[in-house]
Structures are given as C-alpha cells and as structure tokens.
Design a protein around this ligand. Structure first.
Ligand code: HEC
Length: 290
C-alpha cells in the first residue's frame, strides 16, 4: 500500500512477515524522521552513497569466518561507517540505551547488536572487496563455501579493537537487506519469568546464539519455521543439548551451526545448559497457574 506521510512525501510501506513493523526506503526514512521507527530496506549498494551522502571508505579487518587463532587472514573491504549511517537512518533514536540494532539477511537470518557497541567499536557496512576479488567468503561452521556476502555485509574493525576480535564471526551478518531497531519491549513475550537467574542468563545467550535463526513468541530470525520454545518442549534435555553442541549428530549435513566452537568446552556446556533452562522456563507473559 502507498500512504501519504505528514511531511508531504510518499512512501511505500509493507507490513513485515516477521512482525508488525513497517518497512520503508531510505529516502522515505529521511523524510519522516519524526515518525516512529521504521525498518529500513537498504537500496542497491551503488545507490547508498548518493542517498545518504556518506562516502565509501576502505577498511581492513581480520576476516573471522576463515581465520583461526593461529591463522589470521586479512581482507580489505569497501563500505560505509555504521555509526554515521545509523545517524542518517534513525536520527538519535538508535542511541537510546537498551536499543538493539537488527540486521536482516535475505534468507531470514537476524542479527541484533546492542547499539552501544556501534559507539564504542567501529563497524562498517561493506559492499565489496577493495582488491576487486569476488565478494564472497567460506563459512566452514555452516558447511558452506563461496557464500555471497552482498548486497551488504557488516564487519568490525577487529584489527584495532580487541573486543571485536573476541566476538569472532558473531555479529558479522552478511547478505543484509534490511536494518531495524528493537527495544526491550519487543522481547517482552519471549522473556522468562524473573524468578530464575539461570533462565534469565539463558535468555541472553539464546538471543545471541539462537534467535538469529529461530523465533520465540514471534521475535527472532526466520530460518526455521516453528517456535523454538514449542519444538524444544517435544525434545529431551539430552537431545536438545546435542542439537546445540553437535547438531551434525542430530541431522548430518544440517546448516545449523554448533554453538560457538571458539569457546572452551566447559563454557559451551554451561551456555547450552542455561539456554535449555530458559527454553523450559515459564514465559513472563504466561499468566496461567503453575
Ligand atoms: C544459523 C542458523 C541457526 C542457529 C544459529 C541455530 N539454529 Fe537451530 N536450527 C536451524 C535450522 C536450519 C534447523 C533445522 C535443521 C535441520 O533439520 O537440519 C534447526 C533445528 C533446530 C532444532 C531441532 C528442531 C526440530 O525440528 O526438532 C533445535 C532443537 C534447535 N535448532 C535449537 C537451537 C538452539 C537452542 C540454538 C541456539 C543455541 C540454535 N538452534 C541455533 C538453524 C539454526
């Protein structure tokens, strides 16, 4: 549908399949800054510079998808400074504490990063390699090679920022087509009841490691059709833990990656346990008697 904006501009707005947000184009976003947050559909990369006035620059990073502690591969990309771009797209709203900046991939992958990270670290929305080589990467964790990165790929200046280096490839979404902001209220229905601190910890870990692909109570990525809390209720703790730590054992050749293999075994076990605790916890929104 096409609606008229109060500013006099006109934007094409489509309801999202994932949740009840409205999408808009950059031009419209710039025109309706006073409106509530709208998810922004990014234009083709060759138009971003003209639409935002932000010049493309070169940034060198350690490419985490193909690097390991003993073998660091550096790649130079061309792209746009993320903090500057967020200012253009969302004004000051993205800086409100508790806000998450959310990147959606073409295939429904969803990657949220706490907005303060874009102020303390240096992130870039890149559109190609500086050396002109194909804009692709191998993703051994997901058993995929030559994965196209475009139209947009979020990279972090991990050469100069050790916090960015420590996060590995988490928070480096590729094939990005849309950017949105999420507030704590958006997660309300997925939250566990406050009484169990381990479930609360599991919720934070699930946001980081599971809700990129899976959805709980309507929030999260769209790589898997069912509600993760509901499908988990049908599985034993042991089966659930194997899915998290060694998904290949549950389904050979699956595209679901094992939980962060860069972490020590004990920490992976702990994270898996608290995620399971979260998935078994009563939802905050559940008002039925125990
Ligand atoms: C990169 C995307 C991705 C991430 C991240 C991910 N999953 Fe999955 N998950 C999938 C896909 C795709 C399937 C279906 C896989 C298959 O059947 O091979 C799946 C399947 C599952 C299943 C089996 C569901 C069933 O049908 O019985 C469980 C349970 C599960 N995931 C839990 C988790 C948990 C818990 C996390 C976080 C620790 C997680 N997943 C992280 C993509 C992902």
């Amino acid at each position: 549908m096409s609606i008229s904006q109060p500013s006099g501009g006109s934007a094409t707005l489509r309801p999202s399949a994932a949740r009840a947000v409205l999408h808009t184009t950059i031009g419209a976003a710039l025109a309706v800054m006073a409106q509530p947050v709208l998810a922004v559909e990014l234009p083709p990369p060759d138009r971003l510079e003209a639409e935002t006035g932000i010049p493309a620059r070169t940034v060198e990073v350690i490419e985490p998808h193909v690097s390991s502690p003993g073998h660091q591969l550096r790649v130079s990309y061309r792209g746009f400074g993320m903090a500057e771009l967020l200012d253009r797209l969302f004004g000051e709203r993205w800086k409100v504490p508790g806000t998450e900046v959310v990147f959606y991939g073409r295939d429904g992958y969803r990657s949220g990063t706490e907005s303060g990270r874009f102020l303390s670290g240096s992130a870039w929305l890149v559109v190609g390699r500086a050396d002109g080589k194909p804009f692709k990467v191998d993703n051994p964790d997901q058993h995929e090679t030559g994965v196209p990165l475009g139209p947009y790929y979020l990279v972090w200046d991990n050469l100069h920022d050790s916090a960015a280096r420590a996060q590995g490839a988490y928070g480096w979404p590729y094939q990005v087509v849309r950017i949105d902001l999420a507030t704590p209220a958006d997660y309300a229905a997925a939250r566990p009841q406050d009484t169990d601190p381990l479930a609360a910890e599991g919720f934070d870990q699930a946001r980081k490691y599971c809700l990129t692909c899976h959805r709980v109570a309507g929030i999260g990525g769209g790589k898997f059709a069912g509600d993760l809390r509901e499908v988990s209720a049908l599985l034993s703790d042991q089966a659930l833990k194997t899915w998290i730590i060694e998904p290949q054992k549950m389904h050979a050749g699956t595209t679901m990656p094992p939980l962060n293999a860069a972490l020590p075994e004990a920490e992976r076990n702990h994270i898996a346990d608290v995620i399971i605790r979260y998935l078994r916890a009563r939802p905050a929104a559940d008002t039925t008697a125990p």
